[in-house]
Design a protein. Sequence first.
Length: 321
Amino acid sequence: MFIRRLASSSSTTTLKTGVGQFFHTACLRLSSKLTMANIQAVEVGQEYDFSYRVYFRDQNGPVSPWHDIPLFANNEKTILNMVVEIPRWTNAKMEIATKDKLNPIKQDIKKGKLRFVHNLFPQHGYMWNYGAFPQTWEDPNHLDKNTSCRGDNDPLDVCEIGYKVGKRGEIKQVKVLGVMAMIDEGETDWKILAIDVTDPLADKINDIDDIPKHLPNFLQATHNWFRDYKIPAGKPPNQFAFSGEAKNKEFAMNVIHETHKFWQDLVNDACDNGGMNRTNTKTTNNSHKISTDDAQKEIDAQPSYQPPAAIDQSVNIWHYV
């Protein structure tokens, strides 16, 4: 028997598949007002080990969190779906595996080692729920007119600033507030700022200028974190377009719509694919769609879920920069 642990934010159940395998599941219940179906995050392998992956499935079977989860969560396109990769206050560098089949979340690897982001005093790990917008792509073939740099070949990054600590693999519905334009090793790396629509401040924070009114010093702290987080690894501070200024919601939405169009070109073979894996089970009108049965075989082939591996305590060191 293979055990698959499903991690998300609501009720816990046990499912039996048609081939006799059992899944320990936690179903994410989404608002009936939104267009998302129930999504389950399926953990396989051992956390903090090279084998660890988080796959995704809905009531019909496996899905790609990048290609199959819709970007927009309502018809008005004012609420967006965000895939949480790294919960606030954690520092294991998890990300959607853009080059892997079905694009599971896995831990980044640098120089043959699993990557943990250094803790910048007084923070521990990330100071927001960090993740990505599905169905977006920062096209490395596109030279951005604002940054004079090409895209970083990833989905758009999102910093969700609400008070609730998310869970890895959770799908949050968020409202966009603004964006910072970080330049990471010569590539454009947009950082969208957003807030969970269920947060108590969501009705009060509607644009970038509202953030300092309710969260004093938060924008500066965000800028400083992105500027400095690679310094403990011996790298120089990151640079920013617009002298580090955070741009407003309108600007951010233009970035989102543009990168959504780049993603559409990607899955429809209208551009160089940048090495990306475009396998999906739901996205229509493309040649990369596979059956849910074939997708399930990909998950079934993974190692069983195991409790987290021990972490060296050095990952908890504070760095003063």
